[in-house]
Design a protein around this ligand. Structure first.
Ligand code: ZN
Length: 501
């Protein structure tokens, strides 16, 4: 069995390395590649992905997994080997159930709809993209049908990024969250507006860049095993557990976008950097789910990075970096400005309180599309109605309404948006668990010391990679299932004080 296990690891490493090579080409494409390189790059990426897919669905891999099954079952369920065989089998079975010709049709359609959307969005022309979106809904339903036995048609799609989560579990959780957020948003809306004008003075790029790097180095992002570069749409990307990079974008008339983007991505990256080295280039060597990943980026970005304690330490440094721009701006005024709550049309720039309402709207609408209760042609109207009822704002057009996010126009309908809000909910539950274990963490944050928190996250979450599902991990770390209360309490405490609710 030892030999078979070694053979399995060797095969999995080939797949991991092909995917990592493709990731490197993608990183270059998104950072430094001159525009002229696009055509050849597309071809090269396509070849690497095809090779990785062929190896991922190789019947010999399936036979090897079958042969190892009894051995894996004889081991403790939480041993590295048993987890490796289990997760490798899950990924193999997912890959082989999707016919190659369907995958080719889906990919071709996704390229097509993306092109149509990219042209139609600035023209505010939903009608142009609607027939393509109908096809995406249809293909998403077909995709789900390759995994029969589901309770809800979105469940197999959710499994791709948040394995084990189901509509039955998420829908009531989100409905509960929505009911608690709406009165908060309404109460805050009655307050006088917060002055945020000083965040939009001129902040030269060099200063923003250096400050951001200083912050994330103190949080624990490891520059021996990572680096930051500029891009249009920030992301984190990994080529190995020893090379996990982040990207950001800087606007000189906006102090917060690069800074909080950098902290957010460093949270994703520290998770990957902290995974046990034994899992390198295996299916265990990545964060376990989209929700848990997002919990790590949000924990650092919001619970730490937008806290008063954090700025007690960093604000004097920020003022040293930008003495003219922040002259006369008090810590309190700054803290209020970076936590302004203001219902808006755009998800990506939403504050902590309203953000989840944007997600829940998308989640509910995509379920309705998949269930057949909502037709694509009625989607813009349904979108406007929900924005009015949930956020009190009505999109004047589809460009900044139903067409604003890339997800439905480049991927599938269903399976992606839930991860953002699951991440927010989990971020508070994990942070609570860390502070229970080490009550001195908040004071350490105020002193600019993050080693204790980082060490706790590494020990309890990071190092396990994908050994445990999200639900198993939450159970291990917090002693119970995912719960909304810590997150609601966090929001009430923080924004209740800020807005005197
Ligand atoms: Zn993220």
């Amino acid at each position: 069995m030892e030999k078979k296990l070694e053979e399995l690891k060797a095969r999995l490493m080939e797949i991991g390395d092909l995917n990592a090579a493709a990731a490197l080409l993608f990183w270059d494409q998104s950072t430094y590649m001159p525009p002229g390189g696009a055509e050849a790059r597309g071809r090269q990426l396509g070849l690497l992905k095809q090779l990785a897919h062929e190896r991922s669905t190789d019947p010999a891999l399936g036979a090897l997994l079958d042969a190892l099954q009894p051995y894996a079952e004889s081991l403790p369920a939480d041993s590295d080997e048993a987890c490796l065989v289990r997760v490798a089998r899950r990924e193999y079975e997912q890959a082989v159930r999707i016919p190659a010709d369907f995958m080719a049709r889906l990919t071709q359609h996704q390229t097509q709809i993306y092109t149509v959307w990219a042209a139609a969005r600035p023209e505010n022309d939903f009608a142009a993209v609607a027939p393509y979106l109908e096809k995406t809904v249809d293909l998403s339903r077909q995709m789900a049908d390759f995994f029969p036995g589901y309770a809800h048609i979105a469940d197999p799609l959710i499994d791709f990024s948040d394995y084990g989560m189901t509509v039955a579990a998420i829908r009531p959780l989100f409905a509960d969250l929505r009911e608690r957020l709406r009165p908060m948003v309404e109460a805050i809306a009655g307050n006088p507006p917060v002055d945020v004008s000083f965040l939009h003075r001129h902040f030269p790029e060099d200063g923003q860049w250096a400050f951001g790097l200083d912050v994330i180095e103190r949080l624990g992002y490891d520059f021996e095993h990572g680096r930051q570069d500029k891009t249009h749409h920030p992301f984190t990307i990994k080529f190995s557990l020893d090379d996990v990079r982040i990207t950001t974008r800087v606007h000189e008339d906006d102090l917060t976008e690069a800074l909080f983007g950098t902290i957010h991505e460093s949270g994703h990256a520290m998770y990957e950097q902290g995974i046990d080295r034994h899992f390198e280039a295996t299916p265990l060597g990545s964060g376990t789910s989209s929700g848990v990943h997002e919990s790590q980026s949000r924990l650092w970005e919001n619970l730490v990075g937008r806290s008063r304690r954090f700025w007690q330490f960093f604000y004097p440094r920020l003022q040293e970096t930008f003495p003219k721009q922040l002259e006369g701006v008090t810590l309190d005024a700054f803290y209020q400005a970076i936590n302004e709550v203001k219902p808006s049309l755009i998800r990506t720039s939403a504050d902590e309180v309203t953000y989840n309402l944007h997600i829940i709207i998308r989640f509910d609408l995509e379920l309705a599309l998949l269930e057949g209760d909502l037709a694509v042609r009625d989607l813009p109207e349904a979108w406007r109605a929900r924005y009015q009822s949930d956020l009190g704002v009505t999109p004047p057009d589809d460009k900044d309404g139903v067409m604003q996010d890339i997800h439905w126009y480049a991927g599938m309908v269903g399976g992606e948006f839930q991860g953002y809000t699951l991440g927010n909910i989990l971020s508070a539950q994990f942070f609570d668990a860390a502070v229970s274990a080490h009550p001195e963490i908040p004071e350490q944050i105020a002193a600019g010391s993050f080693g204790q928190l980082h060490g706790w996250l590494r020990e309890n979450i990071y190092r396990h990679g994908s050994k445990f599902t999200a639900a198993e991990l939450v159970e291990r770390v917090t002693g119970g299932p995912m719960r909304l209360e810590p997150y609601i309490r966090y929001l009430h405490d923080k924004f209740g004080e800020l807005y005197e609710l």
